[in-house]
Design a binder for this molecule. Structure first.
Ligand code: ZN
Length: 314
């Protein structure tokens, strides 16, 4: 039997949040200057990217690559339809974000007790109390909040995470009235079935609050998980140009899904992102030169998929 129509409807448009400046660069030893970051941002905007995570406000001792986040924010170009966002972990980060006039912030707690203790030295309940205060404080400053659940699809320490833990956090965020709820596959352990089930149920709990997915391609399931997430109703996806990133604990692990691979898949599925794939590949090539290594992107390492079509267009 042939399936003529999908048993679910696809959105006409999804939003891509480009993570290269934070999740991508934070593991790189070579430090990027403010000018280099601003230049990267310029090319990302020119390719059609509409939301960019510019960096994180964390202690420069722990993540030296993020030491110039405040400066980069102060020198961002003035563009109406692009959202510049940042990651914060605590009140100190929020203070710096407010001082840098950041209007959109991401913050997260972990669904895994062990991950929470190792990552933040807090139990999940202590971490919740902290993020609740942060959210209320940021909202008082009129900042848009994206609140996240780390290890939503599995934990390297605990293995499977009971989905009730994830749904409980989604319920709490919904009650707090955040602007977006992000589910993160921090350990790259999600699979398409699990992603569908968790996103589908979270969407029912979150109601009108948009759901976003932060997927890592650690074990090659990134795009499959993304397609599953779209089918279940997620509308915002974190990706990283070139697929830069990875995990400091797993040598050679791929990072986030490559933005160009994601945009190409979406384009082929008839889902619009407003982003030009060829421009993204050029950014990846230039990043590969700067970092002197090849990146995991599939699309950027192959010839254009439609060379004839391209030629007839030009
Ligand atoms: Zn990540």
């Amino acid at each position: 039997m042939k399936i003529k129509n999908l048993p679910y409807s696809l959105p006409h448009h999804v939003l891509i949040e480009e993570e290269v400046l934070r999740d991508g660069l934070q593991n790189e030893k070579r430090l990027f200057s403010t000018e280099e970051k601003l230049s990267l941002i310029h090319f990302l905007i020119a390719s059609g990217i509409k939301r960019i995570q510019v960096g994180s406000f964390v202690h420069p001792k722990w993540v030296p690559q993020m030491a110039n986040t405040d400066e980069v924010f102060k020198r961002l170009p003035e563009v109406q339809d692009v959202t510049f966002t940042a990651l914060i972990l605590n009140e100190k980060g929020l203070e710096r974000a407010i001082a840098s006039n950041v209007r959109h912030l991401s913050m997260s707690v972990s669904a895994s007790e062990t991950h929470s203790l190792k990552n933040t030295n807090c139990t999940t309940e202590e971490a919740w109390k902290r993020i609740e205060r942060l959210i209320l404080n940021a909202k008082n400053h009129g900042i848009m909040i994206r609140a996240g659940v780390m290890t939503a699809f599995g934990c390297a320490y605990e293995g499977k995470i009971p989905s009730t833990k994830v749904f409980h956090l989604v319920e709490r965020y919904t009650a707090l009235g955040v602007d977006e709820i992000n589910l993160a596959d921090t350990a790259g352990l999600g699979n398409p079935k699990l992603v569908y089930e968790i996103v589908n149920e979270s969407r029912k709990i979150a109601g009108h609050i948009p759901l976003s997915l932060h997927l890592h391609d650690t074990r090659g399931m990134g795009l499959a998980n993304m397609a599953s997430g779209i089918a279940a109703g997620a509308t915002i996806f974190d990706t990283c140009i070139g697929g830069l990133g990875g995990c400091p604990f797993i040598p050679n692990a791929a990072g986030n899904i490559a933005t160009e691979d994601a945009v190409f898949m979406l384009q082929e599925m008839g889902i619009n992102t407003g982003i030009d794939v060829e421009s993204l590949c050029k950014i990846t090539h230039s990043l590969e030169k700067t970092l002197n290594k090849s990146l995991p992107s599939k699309l950027a390492s192959l010839p254009s998929p439609y060379p004839n079509l391209k030629r007839s267009n030009s």
